[in-house]
Design a protein around this ligand. Sequence first.
Ligand code: ATP
Ligand code: MG
Length: 395
Amino acid sequence: NQAPFKIAFKVMDKLHQNGFEAYIVGGAVRDYLLQRPVHDVDITTSARPDQVQALFPKTIPVGIEHGTVIVREENTNFEVTTFRSESGYSDYRHPEQVHFETSITEDLKRRDFTMNAIALSIDEEIIDPYNGQIDLKENRLMTVGDPKIRFKEDPLRMLRGLRFISQLGLEMPKELENTCQSLGHLLKNISIERIYQEFTKLLSGEDLQKAFHILLSSHIYEYLPYLENKSIECQQFSHLPLKLLNCDEERWCTLIIQLKVKDITAFCNAWKMSKRKKNWLIRHTGIYERQKNLKWTKESLYLSGLSAALSVERLKKVFQKSSEQTDDDIKALWKSCPIHNRKDLHVNGNDLSTWLNRKPGPWIDKLLTEIEKEVLYERLLNDHEEIRNWVMSFV
Ligand code: ATP
Ligand code: MG
């Protein structure tokens, strides 16, 4: 667990030796203090981006104008960002101006919540000018400075706050909740990509119910695509046993099912999801709708594939659709299938076209489907010659 910290310290050591300050900041310090697993480690430094690039052999300039360079060290990426402050968020996206700063305390001041504004030095000294550790101990979410000012500056912080509540089970003080209520509408100015990222993390939290409660009471949900007008469905969703699910995609599927979304493509487009995500959700909600009240057969299992079937079983459990088949039953059924996808079949479309002396067309897919079914139920052996005889017996 401490491995990424060790490598980060090496990066910081190099910066130090060249006369720069460097600290670990943000989520890594927070999660370390909470004794939670640390994902990525961010570093903040007095070195300018060009100076960082000059010091390390492997760097990626991801946001030079904002002071960020990725340093790759021992197969681990570190976002190294120059001490900075920000001002003028008039487009609600990027600060109009980024000022490089000379001190760590100035850098910590621009950060959203007190628990995210703690730095760890290379001597393992904690720098915590906004008492983030006290707030963490008392389990409350606090902004750095006046929440009205900070949420107006960047309204996404309201949603970030809710996702931290969902992930960490913190309490939101009344003042923050009231501020969310009065400023929630500013979220309409925020790009959907940023909202999507935070909301996906919110969906994964163990305390989602708490976060959804505030999402509803503050009316923030009205600014999320397809959630507006759906307060009852949102509430029902928040009571589902989501911990049974395995991944972000399954959680989004569950939301789509609970909201009774008809046009899933339009839903995914409204959330600006990637093509890959969109296809996943369309496919799995489709299989869920077909299978929710049915037992798996060799045929339905073959068509969806094992991993999709197991995902759909988890969705069924979340919606309390009784299932007579356990995961082990389904895996055994899968194992008993003589083929698992079309590539396993010992004939292909070309063979059919040659044997029957017919131009390729939709008939090929139809006939292959027939053959698959015969082979699956072992009425026909998966053998080139056997299949040929079977096909030719119809002409
Ligand atoms: P996670 O563990 O999910 O990555 P995180 O706290 O590291 O959580 P990031 O989005 O990676 O969250 O941001 C890194 C740090 O940058 C935050 O801890 C916070 O200090 C600062 N930060 C990020 N977004 C904002 C924002 N919108 N306003 C102010 N500070 C921000
Ligand atoms: Mg992070």
